[in-house]
Design a protein around this ligand. Structure first.
Ligand SMILES: [Zn+2]
Length: 287
């Protein structure tokens, strides 16, 4: 499918990146209800779930069922996070419009999160990336730890640029730069983007900021100034950071919408529906 891009495009990652960090098990029909509501808001990209090892991320174990039960609207790309060939084969049964692949800019985080070095994680991806092309499934890339790593501290911007270049080789239509810890300062984010722009053009980049330290909007501002026009957000700010209990998770969709709309950017997303979805997101995580 062709994804339509608005002047600022919001990629809703709450049902995956948000919910996967929620400690309480969220019921299947609640996930479906949330995604169906989000689908009526004008969003054009929604990450529905992931096909990672359910022992590692039990909250995502029913992603296949979520895919089968949601009402898919034309014009929306519904994506699934895929770590390896096995995950790809499971995801393919759900006919996602896109898959999201991920790697880390930090060697230690790669080993802890993927049990693989960065190079080994690329080997894994190469085992299924050609299949996605053959199956006509778009590929989106994530880089985690673009400014800070929980084990190594600050991550050199040149590392991020190298990993981004590799993801581009994998034909990712978009590469999302993830401040996984939500620790990146606007200065560090700016320097990181500057390095990344040596490898790819700004049109393929997205910003993915967690609001753990309350810096997400400032980092979005820096990204906007650099020309980035796509941002990953989670409705209701779903998902905490596992390293900082009680801290906010992904930057909230409603917060980013208000921010970019206030700056005069059109998003094609209906704020009222997002506010309803934010309430629903809060309800299902607390009930
Ligand atoms: Zn994230």
């Amino acid at each position: 499918m062709d994804i339509v891009f608005d002047p600022v495009t919001i990629v809703e990652v709450g049902p995956r990146d948000g919910l996967q960090n929620e400690p309480k098990t969220i019921k299947l029909d609640e996930k479906v209800r949330l995604i169906n509501l989000l689908s009526t808001s004008g969003l054009k990209q929604i990450e529905v779930g992931s096909f990672v090892n359910p022992k590692m991320v039990p909250q995502m174990a029913d992603s296949g069922l979520v895919f089968s039960k949601i009402t898919r609207r034309p014009g929306i790309s519904y994506s699934a996070l895929v770590p390896n060939l096995n995950g790809y084969e499971q995801a393919k049964k759900c006919s996602p419009d896109a898959i999201a692949i991920f790697c880390s800019a930090s060697e230690s985080f790669s080993k802890a999160n993927l049990n693989a070095s960065i190079d080994e994680s690329f080997m894994r991806i190469s085992q299924f990336i050609s299949l996605a092309k053959k199956d006509d499934i778009l590929v989106r890339g994530y880089v985690s730890c673009v400014t800070d790593c929980p084990f190594e501290g600050p991550v050199p911007a040149s590392n991020v640029a190298k990993v981004v270049a590799k993801l581009r080789e994998f034909n990712c239509y978009e590469i999302s730069l993830g401040d996984t810890l939500g620790k990146g300062s606007p200065g560090a984010v700016d320097k990181m983007i500057d390095n990344v722009l040596n490898e790819v053009s700004v049109e393929v980049l997205a910003g993915h900021f967690h609001d753990t330290s309350g810096l997400a909007l400032e980092n979005i501002q820096v990204s906007l100034e650099r020309g980035i026009r796509v941002f990953d957000t989670a409705v209701g700010g779903l998902g905490g950071c596992p390293f900082a209990p009680g801290a906010p998770g992904n930057v909230a969709t409603e917060l980013v919408l208000k921010y970019v709309q206030g700056k005069g950017f059109k998003t094609g997303v209906n704020m009222e529906i997002i506010m309803q979805a934010a309430k629903l997101a809060r309800d299902i995580r607390h009930v």
